[in-house]
Design a protein around this ligand. Sequence first.
Ligand code: C5P
Length: 399
Amino acid sequence: MLNGKHIILGITGSIAAYKAAMLCRLLVKEGAEVRVVMTPLAKQFITPLTMATLSKHPILVEFFNPENGEWNSHVSLGEWADMLLIAPATANTIAKMVTGVADNLLLTTYLSARSKVAVAPAMDLDMYAHITTQNNLKTLTERGVAIIEPTAGELASGLVGKGRMAEPEDIVEQVKAIFESAKKKSLEGKRYIVTAGATIEAIDPVRYITNHSTGKMGYAIAEELAKRGAEVRLISGRTNLPTPKGVERIDVLSAEDMYNAAVREWREADGGVMCAAVADYTPVVVADHKLKKSDDDMRIELKRTKDIAKELGATKGERVLVGFALETDNEKANAEGKLERKNFDFVVLNSLQDKGAGFRGDTNKVTLIDCNGHEEHPLMSKKDVARVIVDKIETINKR
Ligand code: C5P
């Protein structure tokens, strides 16, 4: 979930600094890249060696290295970060953040940061309850800083009350929620259509032609788009999946039905993701009675279906259109062909040669292909693949 996120973990001089080690480990485990900035006093509570080992980078404390004069640039750190997380945050650091005092590297980094900022206060109960601290936290909240509330319990002083830093697991959950809620609003006011699942082409009232698609990938994409605030019309072939929260589902059976629904919904849409496994051929004649067997072989004449993606691509304009390519051979060349033929902004290629990719499972291994090149991703859950795809849709939207 935090894959590739750049997090500066700021540690200040509180006994709760020992929990920063676990916090750092959890963030790294979730895929985040972590750089640790400590205040001089924090070094008394937890060693730089511990934090450097866990974050896999030297920690930063001073403005410059006195041995060689090399600067630790708070400006580039601030630009690098997706989040500045100060945990534990003392009453002292919180007060300095409010007033703009910049007497250590962590505070100058705070003033330079363009990223989200979150603080997890840790202090004695009376310091926490003090009107000054409460007013400072209120001011930070008004300025958009997320406060990860301390919990009540036994404190280092022996007193019992509110002031214990939140547990590392809870801080990680809140960090994820902050990233999620920022994403949520990003597609508000946009309408997307998603096609998903397998179509069914009737041969007679009993038999049909279909394929192995479960619809899981398309449903995960619809869910992710809705989570980020988009209005989603999910045009769904046959699946056993529940409708994702906040998504309007339109059930269809045949490729023809899916075509009609997609073309209709496309008129009002800002973008589309073509995830359905649409039959390429359908019987020329659908028998109105059950076909009887005989001793002879049988031939069913098939005709081409309409290509939904190609039709939408032809009327795309400035809108975003994403397609899928499920290939068994000559994968990249085939996917590039689709990119051009169907006028997709990018194609999500999955190869049936990769273990864990394609139909049925909960995982997928994809390569995103656009006119600039290939972006290969490791094996991931379909939900994580959906996040990667919607992230890319957002970068196209921003252009
Ligand atoms: O040409 P091919 O079927 O391999 O292309 C796959 C892409 O085109 C997928 O995004 C699929 O959803 C879409 N498609 C479509 N209508 C069809 C066939 C494919 O929208 N009739």
